[in-house]
Design a protein around this ligand. Sequence first.
Ligand SMILES: [Zn+2]
Length: 393
Amino acid sequence: MIAHTAEPAQLFVESLTGAGYRRHHPRSLGADDGPLSGDLRREGGSVALQWGVHTGRLGALPEAVPLTARRTLSAAWVGPRLPQDVLGDVFEALWACGLDRDAVVCRLADRGREGDPVRAALARLGIPQAGEDPDAGAPPDTSHRRHGTPGVLLSLDCELGPACSPACTPDCLCGRYLHLGDGRFTRPARSTGLPVFEFLAAEDAVSCGAAGLADPFDLPPLRGLLEAVGARLPELLTLPAPGQALRLVVDHTRAVALLLAAGFGPGPRGPARATRRLLRRMAGTMALAGAPVAGLADLVALAGGAHGFPAVSVAARYLVERETAAFDRVVAAGHRRFLCCLARRPTPDELAVELARLRSERGVPLALTLNWCRQHGISVPLSLIAAADARDV
Ligand SMILES: [Zn+2]
C-alpha cells in the first residue's frame, strides 16, 4: 500500500479540484442535518467536506456505539455527461485516497434498463458489480434530496477480508465488506432541466477502506483518544462492557467538541439539545463507573484538539461545567426519589413505572437506575420498564 502523508479526505478533494471541480465550503453545522454537496443549480462539478452530528440512533436498543459526529465526502456533477466520465472522476478520487482498486465492488439498483449505460461504464472502468443492492432504493444519506425522478442508484463497498462462504456478497453480515458510500444518477430536474450525479461517502469508511481496517475506532485520532481517555478514566474499564463505555465517551466527547466549536452550547432545543443529550449520556456512563464527572470539559477539549477543531472557549467550557454540575444534582435528586420509592415496598410494576419516569421526566439514565436496583439486590425486567414507558407517552 502507498504511504500517504495527507489524510484521505484531503486527497479526495484535491483529486476532484484537480479535475476542475469547484470546492464548496462547509455549511454551518446543524445536528441531524444531512450533508450537502453544494449548489446543484450550476452546471459542472462540485466537491465538499462536511461535518455533521447525527443523534437519531442514540436511543436505539440494543445499545451500540455508531459514530455520532462524522465527516462526509461528497461530489456532484450537474449537466449532461457520459456516466463513464462522471464515475471515472469519483473513482480516481477514491483511488487517490489509497483504496485498493481490486477491493471495491459496486451494486446497482435501477428501474428497468435505465442502468444499462451505468453498468457498461462500470465494466469499462473495471469495477466489479455484485448484483442488485436491495437497500439502494433509499440510501440514508441522500433520501432528503430528490432532484427530479430518482434514477440509477449505486452502492460502493470495499472488500476487507476473505469470503465466509461461496454465497458471500456485500449483503453478508460476516464483516468481509465495508460500506463506502452511495451514488445516484437522476434524470433532469424540473428546476434546471439538467441531470445530476451525486456521490456521498463517510470519511471514516473511506479511511478504514484505505487502511484495511474494519473498525473506525482503530483510525489514528480515535485510537489515540481511546488510549488517552482510558488512562484518564480507568474506572470505565471496570464496567461490564468496558470497551463500549470507553467508545461511548470518546465518540460523544468528539461530537460535543464539534458542536461547541460550531457555537452550540448545551440547551433545550435543536443542535443545543444534541449537545445536552450527549453530555448527559457521557456523564451517565462516567457516573455509572464511579468516575468523576467534573473532568468532562477537559476530555472535550482533548477530543477537539485531536481533530483540529477550534479550541473550546472559556465560555463553552463554563457551559459544559454548569451542565455536568446540573447533571450531578439531577442524579442526586433521582437517587433520593428512588430510595423513597423503595421505602414504599413497590410491586415490580410500580418500580418499573418509577424507573421509566426517572428516565423520561427527570433525565436520570436507565443504566444508572438499574445499577441502583442491582445494589439493592433487585432486578427489574427491561420489558416491564419499556411497557411502563409506552403507557406514559
Ligand atoms: Zn460473508
